[in-house]
Structures are given as C-alpha cells and as structure tokens.
Design a protein around this ligand. Structure first.
Ligand code: MEV
Length: 326
C-alpha cells in the first residue's frame, strides 16, 4: 500500500501579518512543491526521512516524540501533529521530497502539512474535499505555531492566485499574473510562529499606532486586488513598496531582507517587499523588464529562485481526484 500527495508552496503578495488580524490578503501557489509518500512500514516502527533535507528519524506516534537517526528537521513537529490526529499508530514509512527552500517564507511547512494529511487520508481511504483538508491543515499549523492564519494552508490546498477576504472567503482570480517575479532568500530561516508572536506583542504594547498600520495593510491588499484584475502592473509595484515600509515598521525586516529589497529596486524591479513572515526568509520583486538583471544582482550576496504562479493545488497520486466528504 502506497499513497503519494504533493502540495505547492506559496508566495504572499499582500497581507502577511495583517491577515492574522482578519485583514484581506493575496497570495499565489508557486510551481515548487512538497511531496509526501506513505507506505506500509518495512520494520515494525514508523520512520520519517528526506534525502533532500538530509534527515532520518524514527517516530513514536503515540507519544508524539522522535529519535533522530541523522539531520535535524524542524518540519517534523508538523508531521507528528498530523499523525496524532489522522493516523491510527500502525507503523508506516514516510518520505518527504521538497524542492522549496525550507524556512524561506515560501510556505514549506504548510505544503508539507497539506501533503502529509492528504496522503494519510488516501492511505486510510478517508473521504475528504479541499475545504476539509485546508481546515485540518490549518488546525495542525495552529497547534504547532500557536497562532496562524489559514492563508498558507488554503493556498497550498487550492493552488492558483487567491484573494482571502476579511470573512476568510477565498476568491480565485480568473486572470493569471504573467509578469515575472524574482524571489530572493537569505540563508537565515524565518520562524513564522516567532515573528507572528513578535507582531502581536508590538500590537499589544502600541495598539493606537500598530492597529492603523495593520488596517492600512488590509487596504493595500484590497487595492492590490483591483490592480491585478485590471492588470495594472505599475500600481501593483507601488502597492508592494508601500507594504514593505509598513512591514518594516512592524519589526519583521532584517538587514539582509532590506539589502535584497533595495538591490532589486536599484536594478530595475518596480516593486519589492518581504514575502512571508520576515525575520529572515524571503522577499519578492516585481520585475516587468529585467528579471535576470535583478536576480544576478541579488545573487552577489544572497540567493534567488525564479518561481511562477501555479494553478495546481493538492494532487493525490499525481491527480486531482478526491472523494467527496461524507
Ligand atoms: C506567513 O507565511 C504569513 C503570516 O501572515 C502568518 C500567517 O498568515 O499565518 C506571517
């Protein structure tokens, strides 16, 4: 018995952090994915390994603990939590392949969580649909991180470019943004849970100042939606730059992220901002004219990855066929 599920990473155009406080956000699935393969165990215990991340662990699913054989995977907490909720403790072998840089702000934890739960559902013949899957995956992120919006897990489940409304409704854009983006990432991991907690504590200390900033981020996301619908790339770029200033004021910027943001603009990116939780991780640059020049300039100090938005969300055994939820 073998089940394979893959789920995409994502990049956030507008609304990171403010989405935690119910402001709207815009994000898109990218063409880089996490793949989870679950098979009946070769031995009488559960293993979790990844050649890409160079780790191997033996899992104790009853006690949600593990023994490392090699490597040090942070992602293991998400997998253990998913197993505690959606698995019956029978021994299985779990293999993770990842072509997304981990901790880079590209939603690797959400992609792994969504793929793990979908593979477990398939393995057990559990009926599910995308809404249920996205809810379950959000529950895992909440347990592990303490605080999380449903954005990452929604985008990873559904795929495509989406607008998440204040009411947590997702609206899929019919048009696709064809304009090139470059993602720059530092070697410093971002820790989403920690960054979200930092912003929350800033908001508690200075509510009169921080709340209007968060509200303005929501307005930027709404304007961003209009800009995307009209294919207004100049406006999109301005909005990204405004948003960057506000993210900086929330304390999620770093020297490395700032360096990439300004190198991108100096080399012709019309808009550039942090994407994801910040504190490390990645930035996104809108490069209508010269993505290669921007990527090469960022690469002098940091790393880049070229991504495209992708319509594909969760795939089970390579296909988009799901049981309807009972
Ligand atoms: C992280 O990709 C996005 C944040 O807004 C956190 C979240 O939405 O859960 C920072």
């Amino acid at each position: 018995m073998e089940s394979v599920a893959t789920a995409p990473g994502k990049t956030i155009l507008f609304g990171e952090h403010s989405v935690v406080y119910d402001e709207p956000a815009i994000a898109g699935a990218v063409n880089k994915r996490a793949k989870i393969k679950i098979s009946s165990a070769k031995n009488n215990y559960t293993t979790f390994k990844s050649y890409d991340l160079a780790f191997e662990a033996i899992l104790d699913t009853r006690n949600s603990s593990y023994k490392l054989v090699r490597g040090k995977p942070g992602i293991i907490r998400y997998v253990l939590n998913a197993l505690s909720k959606f698995h019956d403790h029978s021994p299985i072998d779990i293999e993770l392949s990842l072509n997304l840089p981990i901790g880079s702000g590209l939603g690797s934890s959400a992609a792994v969580t969504v793929a793990t739960i979908a593979a477990l559902f398939d393995y057990h013949g559990t009926p599910f649909d995308k809404e249920y899957l996205a809810n379950c995956a959000h529950g895992v992120e909440l347990d592990v991180q303490g605080i999380a919006s449903p954005l990452d897990t929604l985008v990873s489940t559904y795929g495509g470019l989406v607008y998440l409304s204040r009411e947590k409704k997702i609206v899929h854009f019919d048009n696709h943004l064809e304009v090139p983006f470059v993602i720059g990432f530092t070697t410093k991991y971002s820790n989403t849970g920690k960054m979200v907690r930092n912003v929350r504590s800033l908001k508690e200390r200075y509510p009169e100042l921080i709340e209007p900033i968060i509200e303005t981020m929501g307005k930027i996301a709404n304007e961003g939606r209009v800009a995307i619908l009209k294919n207004d790339v100049d406006k999109l770029a301005n909005l990204m730059n405004f948003n960057q200033g506000l993210l900086d004021s929330l304390g999620v910027n770093t020297q490395e992220l700032s360096r990439m943001v300004y190198i991108a603009r100096k080399n012709g990116a019309t808009g550039s901002k942090i994407t994801g939780s910040g504190g490390g991780g990645s930035m996104i640059a809108l490069c209508p004219n010269n993505p290669d020049k921007v990527a090469n300039a960022i690469n002098r100090f940091d790393n880049t990855i070229k991504v495209n938005f992708s319509k594909e969300g969760i795939l089970l055994n390579g296909e988009e066929t799901f049981y309807p939820r009972l």
